[in-house]
Design a protein around this ligand. Structure first.
Ligand code: AP5
Ligand code: MG
Length: 232
């Protein structure tokens, strides 16, 4: 197991950059909490809650769910993890993605702050190929890809045998909107975290294993070779 004391990492990057893939693996190897706002919202949609129905009107068309709603959801989740453990460590996957969200998170964390803001950099054409072939297990949430990470049986998850589904927002129209929203609302966070000297920029247009190796080096503190984006 990789030792990551006091990990409070936020994973930032465009749709399809590999945040979920890497967060699932890192959380499993480090024994830390993986908090994915996208997964939390999809759970609500699946359960048919009022909240889920409202959120889905934004998600299906590739727009962001309003800040006040999402900030409340994450604050509650972090407060619960604080209560459950003396030294909580977590990875936030897909949050923050606007400046008000980043500021709200900093307010909640106070002096502790975010330990690592990891930016997954991937060119646009690669993102589109990743999203159009993505399949997710409807049972355990494992992430697959028809070409880049295929399952033995194209309709079932290799891990649990659950059914594979295509996300509604991976349709071409929604993908275009999500990339647009990302450029407008989330890219400003690069400067925000660079200024706070916690930014780590990863070249995520490589194999999942290469990206993961860099990530482990970063969170375990031995990443001299990796540009933290704050030293220039
Ligand atoms: P969310 O679920 O967070 O989606 P996203 O940010 O658009 O990111 P994705 O999950 O699409 O991509 P990923 O980076 O996790 O890539 P993955 O690892 O799956 O959010 C969905 C929606 O919820 C939002 O649009 C919004 O409406 C709402 N929402 C969520 N958070 C919100 C917030 N904070 N504020 C407001 N609204 C919010 O990989 C993609 C594919 O590529 C997979 O098939 C994978 O197998 C493959 N792959 C991964 N890495 C590699 C690699 N290195 N090489 C080849 N293939 C790879
Ligand atoms: Mg994801």
């Amino acid at each position: 197991m990789v030792a990551t004391p006091d990990l409070r990492a936020v994973f930032l990057g465009a749709p399809g950059a590999g945040k979920g893939t890497q967060a699932q693996r890192l959380a499993a190897e480090c024994g830390v909490l993986h908090i994915s706002t996208g997964d939390m919202l999809r759970e609500h949609v699946k359960a048919g809650t009022e909240f889920g129905k409202k959120a889905n009107t934004f998600m299906a068309s590739g727009k962001l769910v309003p800040d006040d709603v999402i900030i409340g959801m994450v604050e509650e989740r972090i407060a619960r993890s604080d209560a459950a453990s003396a030294g909580p460590s977590w990875i936030l996957d897909g949050f923050p993605r606007t400046l008000p969200q980043a500021e709200a998170l900093d307010r909640q964390l106070g002096a502790r702050g975010v330990s690592h803001a990891v930016w997954f950099a991937v060119p646009r054409d690669v993102l589109v190929a990743r999203l159009s072939g993505r399949r997710t297990c409807g049972q355990c949430g494992a992430i697959w890809h028809v070409d880049f990470k295929p399952t033995r049986d194209p309709s079932a998850c290799d891990k649990c045998g659950g059914p594979l589904v295509q996300r509604e927002d991976d349709r071409p129209q929604a993908v275009g909107k999500r990339l647009e929203v990302f450029a407008l609302q989330t890219e400003p966070l690069l400067a925000y975290y660079r200024q706070r000297q916690v930014l780590v920029e990863l070249d995520a247009d490589r194999t999942p294993e290469q990206v993961f190796a860099d990530l482990v080096a970063v969170v375990s503190g031995g990443a001299e070779s990796i540009d933290r984006g704050n030293k220039s």
